[in-house]
Ligand binder design. Structure first.
Ligand code: E4P
Length: 215
């Protein structure tokens, strides 16, 4: 499973990219706004750090505006994927952009039928938001399972990005279900590195070593 970073924070992206675990990056208007920097400059900088797909989201709600924004964003770097919301206008824009060879990530997907439409019009990625479904007492991961089955049944090449990840267990479940990608916020990624038994184990090994050889 590929790991994307779900952030627009340059420092965090650089830090984790140096570990060799970052296959791409997803951003959204909220994440970019949090950084308080120029949108296009941030996207350009991210695309120079990570060679894999970088998702940049359009703000327009109509097809024409989406296409216009998409063309500008796609010109920033060859690895830009255009994030487009799952609406009728968005599906039309995706159909047009995909035919032009522009990679689209359909975002704000909350049902398998929405994912099916995205795949039909040639979206490169589809982003089911599982955490936000969990927030309203649904089982978010159920739609990932269903989307996986649908895509496999019809050999759709659209990749599933499990988004709105809240904790490491979400990552494990996404991998078990065969999702192509998990997009993970830095705070969740950081949690994977910390296990009390790992920390205690290191401490014990060093302690035994010191006792035996550092008298
Ligand atoms: C990624 O593509 C999404 O924008 C992101 O995962 C949303 O996460 P949130 O529900 O925590 O805002």
């Amino acid at each position: 499973m590929k790991f994307f970073m779900d952030t627009a924070n340059i420092e965090r992206i650089r830090e984790y990219a140096e570990l060799g675990i970052v296959d791409g990056v997803t951003t959204n208007p909220s994440l970019v706004a949090k950084e308080g920097k120029n949108f296009e400059e941030v996207i350009k900088e991210i695309s120079s750090i990570v060679k894999g797909p970088i998702s940049a989201e359009v703000l327009s709600l109509n097809t024409e505006g989406m296409i216009e924004e998409a063309k500008k964003l796609a010109n920033i770097a060859p690895n830009i994927a255009i994030k487009i919301p799952m609406t009728k206008e968005g599906i039309k824009a995706t159909y047009i952009l995909s035919q032009k060879g522009i990679n689209v990530n359909i975002t704000l997907v909350f049902s398998p039928s929405q994912a099916l439409l995205a795949a039909k019009v040639g979206a490169k990625f589809v982003s089911p938001f599982i955490g936000r479904l969990d927030d309203i007492s649904h089982i978010g991961m159920d739609i990932v399972s269903s989307i996986r089955t649908i895509f496999d049944n019809y050999d759709f090449q659209t990749e599933i990005i499990v988004a709105s990840i809240r904790h490491p267990r979400h990552i494990v479940e996404a991998a078990e279900l065969g999702a192509d990608i998990a997009t993970v916020p830095p705070a969740v990624l950081e949690k994977i590195f910390h296990h009390p038994l790992t920390d205690i184990g290191i401490e014990r090994f060093l302690d035994d070593w010191r006792k035996a050889f550092e008298k």
